[in-house]
Ligand binder design. Structure first.
Ligand SMILES: Nc1ncnc2c1ncn2[C@@H]1O[C@H](COP(=O)(O)OP(=O)(O)OP(=O)(O)O)[C@@H](O)[C@H]1O
Ligand SMILES: [Mg+2]
Length: 371
């Protein structure tokens, strides 16, 4: 907005934008706040933040400046090719007067607004590249001051991403830890106290020579005993983690053993991340998806090795089933129940499904299920 404005005022814009970014507790809101702050600090007409997946592909794209109608006409979100991909690959900022003139440019799809001046800055979360912040169309062109302000903004956005991830991890662990703590407190403080009280009641009863009082005291002591018994049961229940009957890793291990045992194909399973506190319905979805993808690989691929990788992230469970078998042509192959049920299940759960395969090249099925 304020290119001609003095440096101090522009720093003020940055600090205000950064404060908004840093105060977000939801990742989606954080992306949006970062884009808005980037545009306000520089005076860009368009802004976007692309989040990168494990393989460097764009998995999320939060943008501003293009209305819904135009966005619908453009269709698919950018894939992260061209200049956008360049920033991810090189992990450094780019400041261009004309994005279309860059040798890496791949051109814009139909209906895409004209874009010329460009500033792209990588956003790091810890030591990993999280995504890239893109700003375009500042009439006077972006300056080096813009670049350093946006780089500072990107740094703050990156640490805010880390903090949101940490919080969600802690929340999940907290559920487990709270139960442990309550169980311990009940045991240490309450049961011991009740137990001591019971012993005193019995001792008092013994000392008394009034039969009626003795009977009453013994009666109280028995009630205390029963209370202690039910508290012990409560502790036992609390100590079982919320997912006790459902341990996702154990269930996947079972499934893989059951499906794979009759075959010579080697199936390797790896787990990554924190599996505590995953809900029943997510566990069901993940198991079913692994079952479909793995049984396809076992039945159709003729693979020597199949690897199943399950990673519990902060807000999704990722599933990858990879075989080194014959692969197939997605366009030609009649989808059976398996492929379509994987699609509808991931859709229903708000997750994603990607099948990378070609005849002679093996198959990789990648799925995510939100937590
Ligand atoms: N990992 C794979 N390797 C080779 N071909 C595969 C693989 N997965 C699927 N296919 C091909 O895609 C087809 C469709 O798979 P899909 O799971 O939808 O149906 P299906 O396995 O034939 O039957 P269903 O799953 O209903 O028992 C399969 O018949 C097979 O030809
Ligand atoms: Mg199948």
């Amino acid at each position: 907005m304020n290119d001609g404005a003095p440096r101090g005022e522009r720093l003020g814009d940055l600090v205000r934008g950064a404060a908004t970014v840093a105060s977000q507790t939801d990742l989606e809101d954080l992306l949006e706040a970062t884009v808005v702050a980037g545009m306000e600090v520089t005076g860009a007409s368009y802004g976007a933040l692309g989040v990168l997946g494990e393989h460097g592909n764009l998995i999320q794209f939060s943008y501003r400046g293009i209305d819904d109608e135009t966005a619908n006409k453009i269709g698919a979100l950018p894939q992260g090719h061209g200049v956008l991909g360049l920033i991810s690959r090189e992990g450094k900022s780019y400041l261009l007067d004309n994005i279309a003139a860059h040798p890496d440019a791949v051109g814009f799809p139909d209906h895409h607004p004209h874009m010329d001046t460009f500033l792209g800055v990588p956003v790091r979360a810890g030591d990993r590249l999280f995504g890239n912040l893109y700003l375009t169309n500042k009439p006077e062109g972006f300056t080096e001051l813009d670049q350093s302000l946006v780089e500072a903004l990107a740094e703050i956005a990156g640490s805010a991403v880390l903090s949101i991830r940490l919080q969600s991890r802690l929340r999940r662990l907290a559920v487990v830890e709270d139960r442990e703590r309550i169980a311990r407190d009940i045991h240490d403080a309450i049961i011991q106290e009740l137990f001591a009280m019971g012993l005193e009641l019995q001792a008092t009863a013994q000392r008394s020579d009034d039969a009626e009082i003795q009977a009453t005291l013994r009666d109280h002591a028995e009630r205390l005993d029963r209370t202690i018994q039910s508290l012990r049961q409560l502790i036992f229940d609390l100590r079982r983690p919320p997912t006790e009957q459902r341990d996702l890793r154990a269930e996947i291990d079972d499934l893989v053993t059951r499906l794979g045992s009759a075959r010579r194909t080697k199936v390797q399973v790896t787990y990554n991340g924190i599996f505590a506190g995953i809900t029943e319905s997510t566990i069901d979805d993940v198991l079913q998806l692994v079952r479909e993808a793995l049984s396809n690989a076992l039945r159709h691929s003729g693979a020597e090795t199949i690897s199943v990788a399950i990673s519990a992230g902060d807000d999704t469970v990722g599933i990858e089933v990879r075989d080194d078998g014959r692969g197939f042509d997605l366009a030609v192959e009649e989808p059976g129940l398996g492929l379509s049920s994987m699609g509808s299940r991931t859709d229903r759960a708000g997750g994603t499904l990607r099948i990378a395969t070609a005849p002679g090249e093996g198959t990789v099925v990648t799925m995510t299920v939100p937590l």
